[in-house]
Each structure stands twice: as C-alpha cells, then as structure tokens.
Design a protein around this ligand. Structure first.
Ligand code: HEM
Length: 292
C-alpha cells in the first residue's frame, strides 16, 4: 500500500481520453499546483467511472517533494537532434490524463479540473484521443503487440521500493502528426518494412530492416516500457499520442535517440511519415506521494 501506483496507468479499455498539459500561473508556487492537482482526487471534484493520472515536471516535483523524487530524473529540457530530425522539447509543469467510457464524462471532468486549478495553472496543450479499430494506430497497424501484459506492466513501469519515488512512474508524452497521404501512398509491403511487422496480424517480419520502427525501439536492447498510445485528432489533422511509461528514464531517452538516429545516423523509417510536435517527461507519483 505504501507505494501504490496511480491505477489509471493500467486501466486499459477506455474509449475516450484527454491529455491536458498545464503551466503554472505566474506568481503561483509549485506546491500550490501539486496541492491543487492532489485535491482533484477527492470525491468532491472527481466523478465516478473516470480515470485520472496526474504528473509533474520532474524539477517542479523535486522542489516540492525531494524525498519522493527519483534521482537524476529530468524534464524534456533540450531537443533531441539526430539524422536530419529534431525532436522538439515542449516541457510543461504538469499533466492530467483523463480517460473514461465516453467523451461526455471525460469532457466534464476535464472542465472541472481546469476550473479547480484556476489561478494556479493554465492549459498549455490539450489533446483528445480515441481508439481506432480496436487496437490499431492511424498507420493501420496493431499498436501494443510487444507491450508487457498487465501482470508484468507494474514491474516495467513502476519504480520499486526502496528507491526514492517508489510507486511512481516516468511518463514520456509525445504527440506525433502523421503524413497520412504519403503513408497511404506506400504499398503494404513497404509499410510493413517501415514498422517491421505484418499489417494484418502484427507478426514480426523475419528479415525486418535495421531502420524499421521495431528494430529502432527493440526492448531487448533498450529495456522494457509500457505503452498506452492513442490516436488523436480530426479527419484532416491526426496522428499518435505516444504515451510511454517506464521505471527508468534512460530506456525512453535511448529509444528516442535511436529513432532520431542520434547514435548511429540510422533514422527510424517511421519518422519519414510521422513528425514529433511535442515532447515532455512527467513524474507520476504514487498515490501516497501525491497525498503526503
Ligand atoms: C508515430 C508514433 C508511433 C507509432 C505510430 C508507433 C507504432 C508502433 C507499432 C505499430 C509498433 C509494433 C507493434 C507493437 O509492438 O506495439 C510499435 C512498437 C514499438 N514502439 Fe512505437 N510507435 C510510435 C512511436 C514510438 C516512440 C516515440 C517510442 C519510444 C520512445 C516507441 C516505442 C515502441 C516500442 C518499445 C515498441 C516495441 C518494440 C519491440 O518489439 O520490442 N514507439 N510502435
């Protein structure tokens, strides 16, 4: 119980999502933001049936709760530059990920949250997401095949006792816009070579290219992460909200560097069809960390 993670991280199957990234209001203190976000969990302001995952810019969290803060965790403070690709750094002070069975309840809870935080924080970035054909992303491929199961996921995503920040998790939130026209112009065999898996059933290609997405993010090389990616956007402007959790920031950073070609000049083939628009790391404290 001491270090129970925020349950929404593992609450699969919800049909509607909102990601709200917040900046602290001028003159407000980090502690007021943490307290404001913590109070969102009280029944007074929380509606039934909706999951709330809340996190903070690592440096802000460290200033407020130094004993509950993982060593060396940093915000996305500098762009990641690779082979003709720059992944932007768009760090904000806090994140709320609200998910539920339908957009109406997500909408109501998100608006309540914003109202409750008025004067302390304002919305810097807002994205709504929804599942596409059960478990596919907007490339049409199944997303999540190599994800750990829900039994394994806490070991992958949650910082273990007795480390500082135990029960917490590290979130990489990165919004990627897809070039749907260019992607859809590729024959299926080319798309499969880009991802490194079959489009129909997600079977891994035996001869997957070295620049395929699954080769560039191979968890046997970089360590395991737990992904909760969702499609986002409108019919004309859409993509993938990458939502990745890990107990170690290094795994996520190393995957990004590999995708960008920062280490060996080999850029992930997927990055020719999808472009990162945002990038931020948040610390997702344990329930106790949030309420201590
Ligand atoms: C446009 C953005 C992205 C899309 C559409 C996308 C899509 C996919 C797809 C279709 C797969 C194969 C099936 C699966 O195992 O889930 C996959 C695998 C994976 N992706 Fe992504 N992804 C994106 C961005 C990222 C980013 C930014 C990271 C890491 C920071 C990442 C990490 C992974 C990992 C770890 C795997 C499994 C690799 C393995 O086989 O071990 N992805 N992704």
């Amino acid at each position: 119980m001491a270090s129970t993670p925020q349950a929404g991280i593992f609450a699969l199957g919800t049909a509607s999502h909102a990601y709200l990234e917040l900046d602290i209001e001028e003159g407000a203190e980090g502690r007021a933001l943490v307290e404001g976000v913590t109070s969102l969990r009280e029944p007074r302001t929380t509606m039934g049936g909706v999951n709330l995952v809340a996190g903070f810019r690592p440096e802000l969290w460290r200033a407020v709760a130094p004993d509950e803060s993982p060593a060396e965790l940093e915000g996305f403070n500098r762009p990641i530059a690779g082979a003709n690709l720059i992944m932007p750094a768009t760090q904000h002070d806090a994140v709320l990920w609200i998910s539920g069975s339908a957009y109406d309840v997500v909408f109501d809870v998100a608006r309540q949250a914003i109202a409750a935080l008025r004067g302390v924080a304002r919305i810097a970035e807002e994205t709504s997401s929804w599942p596409y054909h059960h478990d596919r992303d907007l490339t049409g491929f199944i997303d999540g095949t190599e994800n750990p199961t829900l039994i394994e996921a806490p070991d992958v995503a949650v910082i273990p006792e007795p480390s500082p920040g135990a029960g917490g998790s590290i979130l990489l939130l990165q919004k990627w816009v897809h070039d749907a026209t260019e992607w859809e112009a590729q024959p299926t065999a080319r798309q499969e070579a880009v991802i490194g898996r079959n489009k129909l059933d997600s079977a891994e290609l035996e001869d997957k290219p070295a620049d395929s997405h699954v080769a560039r993010t191979d968890q046997d090389v970089f360590g395991k992460i737990f992904r909760r990616n969702m499609p986002y956007g409108t019919v004309t402007d859409h993509g993938t909200m990458f939502v990745g959790f890990s107990s170690e920031q290094r795994r996520l950073v190393a995957m990004l560097e590999s995708m960008a070609g920062a280490t060996d000049g080999v850029r992930d083939a997927l990055t020719f069809f999808a472009t990162p628009l945002t990038g931020a790391f948040y610390f997702i404290p344990s329930i106790r960390g949030l309420t201590h």
